[in-house]
Write a protein that binds this ligand. Structure first.
Ligand code: AVJ
Length: 336
């Protein structure tokens, strides 16, 4: 980890600080790409989808009629925000893992306004674009002070926990971001969140539910091709940052529902036999026709599974709200 860059201030005053660490450097990208393209099947970690363009493409995805997660969660938050924050005692520290545009946490900030107590917010995202956007979204609230951490979840969580004051820490893990973890990793990460918390702290988990396959297909392979662009942008990023020579026309986006594993998988499928050079990652990669790079898993859950996952990680479930139309769940857990 390299040193941290602090003290970037915003047009709104001095309330916004960005702490940066070295783990998102081009060097770690190169090492990860080199290692994971040597696996079978070839892989690239989904966190690399979120460079500046990737973050914008995800924002676009979240507005597609076929991708309903963001709106379903927004409906739950706007309807239940007061009930969500009611069990939490002041003073409050909110920590959002993967804040995206900041609109979700803004709904909770809105619900906290009437308490007339200052709230500290830690935003954790690997995308500088996301942090900048969240900064703008939260700039309109006088009662909150914001610290942004450009970091992975794990690292950001450690930093936020180290910087917390007294009072209640409330971790938000929304948008079905948990769906990117396979089951052993999600258990491990929920346990890590639990270990960072003290009794009476809380976790709000937003997660997408299992639904008919054709809905999942449309959500992850939309007819406008935005998700395809989001996926293929990984190759654009490798070409730009690691001097790769991926031919963008040589790969197709594919999304499949893996029912046995209860996950949607995104792949980039090689249209033909080809060789790709990635000099800054120190590798040449051969593809057979039809061979793919596995770029993302999005696990889908049942409501009961989500309760069990929280309990297994040392939480007590307080309440679960379900959007039954798009099938999405918000679950509120207390550190037991
Ligand atoms: C932001 C990880 C929750 O898995 O649904 C959207 C990302 N991938 N379309 C998801 C995504 C393809 C999204 N998460």
């Amino acid at each position: 980890m390299s040193g941290e860059k602090a003290g970037e201030t915003s047009a709104y005053g001095l309330r916004f600080t960005v702490h940066e660490s070295g783990s998102e450097s081009v060097r770690s990208f190169a090492e990860d790409v080199r290692r994971d393209l040597a696996l079978t099947p070839k892989q690239i970690q989904s966190k690399y989808l979120y460079d500046a363009l990737g973050s914008c493409l995800f924002e676009a995805i979240s507005r597609l009629p076929w991708y309903r997660i963001t709106r379903a969660e927004g409906r739950l938050l706007s309807r239940w925000a007061a009930q969500v924050v009611a069990p939490l005692t002041d003073p409050l520290t909110l920590v959002e893992l993967g804040c995206g545009s900041g609109e979700k946490i803004a709904m909770l900030a809105e619900a906290l306004r009437s308490r007339r107590r200052p709230v500290s917010v830690h935003l954790i995202d690997i995308s500088p674009t996301a942090l900048e956007q969240s900064e703008r979204t939260l700039g309109r609230f006088e009662h909150i002070s914001v610290v942004g951490h450009r970091a992975t979840y794990e690292e950001g969580l450690r930093r936020a926990a180290a910087g917390r004051g007294r009072g209640t820490m409330f971790v938000l893990f929304l948008g079905s971001n948990i769906g990117n973890f396979d089951p052993p990793a999600s258990h491990e990460f929920l346990s890590e969140i639990r270990r960072a918390l003290r009794p009476r702290d809380a976790l709000l988990l937003g997660a997408d539910l299992v639904k008919p396959e054709r809905e999942l297909q449309a959500a992850y392979d939309d007819p406008l091709g935005v998700t395809a662009a989001f996926n293929k942008n990984l190759l654009v990023r490798i070409n730009r940052e690691l001097d790769g020579n991926f031919d963008l026309h040589g790969f197709d986006h594919r999304a499949i529902w893996n029912r046995a594993e209860s996950r949607v998988e995104m792949h980039l499928v090689s249209c033909r036999a080809q060789q790709v050079a990635i000099p800054s990652a120190g590798c040449d990669v051969c593809f057979e026709a039809g061979e793919f790079i596995w770029t993302e898993s999005s696990y889908k859950y049942t409501p009961e599974q989500l309760l069990a996952m929280g309990t297994a990680a040392g939480f007590r479930s307080l309440e679960q709200w379900i959007e039954s139309d798009a099938r999405f769940a918000l679950t509120l857990f207390l550190a037991a």
